[in-house]
Design a protein around this ligand. Structure first.
Ligand code: URA
Length: 216
């Protein structure tokens, strides 16, 4: 699939809603996605839609989304300034974790979205999104830190906002990580030498990161 085929995000999402192999399509109400590119270039990636998102067709509209909005506000942004997506585009039944196969079956869709958006920074929320961008990283050791990526788009790791709903201690951690994100963005969004956990990409890895599996 040539990404230039799509003039708008809406077209892209409509195409991949039809052309994907995700088994959750059969059980979910609808795919969940947003259609407005962010003015800030900031892209958050969550795990998978929950009940509210499944019903409304938009990401992060439930309790986790409300906390995300609160944290955005604390650093001077609103939801309209940023873009929010998910590793998996359909709600897994009873909000269970998405399986490896479901994540793989939605991988092309997320890649296409990111190629279209060309984000300034990608912020994986929680372990499912983090593992997609920084292989082998653990969220407990990585949250609040920036990582380089073969695509040259910095990755800034965060806990998932829902984690703070179950573990109130993580609320302060997340708010503090948002402050670190603000400092990172105000500093130009460069992954510094000290901060970088650099996997030193080969040319092959670079090509793969950009072109990777756009064919179904
Ligand atoms: N949790 C997620 O990971 N994504 C959503 O869209 C909502 C809750």
């Amino acid at each position: 699939m040539d990404i230039k085929k799509f003039e708008t995000l809406k077209q892209l999402h409509e195409y991949y809603s039809e052309n994907n192999r995700c088994g959750l399509k059969k059980v979910a109400t609808q795919p969940v996605y947003e259609i407005h590119p962010p003015t800030s270039g900031i892209v958050f990636i969550g795990e998978a839609p929950g009940k509210n998102e499944d019903l409304e067709g938009e990401p992060f509209v439930g309790a986790a989304g409300k906390f995300l909005d609160e944290m955005l506000k604390s650093i001077g942004y609103t939801r309209k300034d940023v873009y929010v997506s998910n590793v998996v585009k359909y709600r897994p039944p009873s909000n269970r974790d998405p399986t490896d196969i479901e994540k793989k079956d939605c991988r092309v869709w997320l890649n296409a979205e990111l190629l279209f958006l060309k984000p300034k920074v990608i912020i994986p929320l929680g372990r499912h999104a983090l593992e997609r961008f920084v292989e082998g990283a653990r969220i407990s050791a990585s949250h609040g830190s920036a990582f380089s990526h073969p695509s040259n788009i910095p990755i800034f790791a965060m806990y998932h906002p829902a984690a703070a709903l179950y573990n109130p201690n993580l609320r302060a951690v997340l708010l503090d990580d948002f402050k670190k994100l603000k400092t990172f963005l105000d500093g130009g969004g460069e992954v510094g030498k000290k901060q970088a956990k650099k996997p030193t990409p080969t040319n092959h890895a670079k090509r793969k990161a950009v072109k990777d599996i756009l064919d179904l």
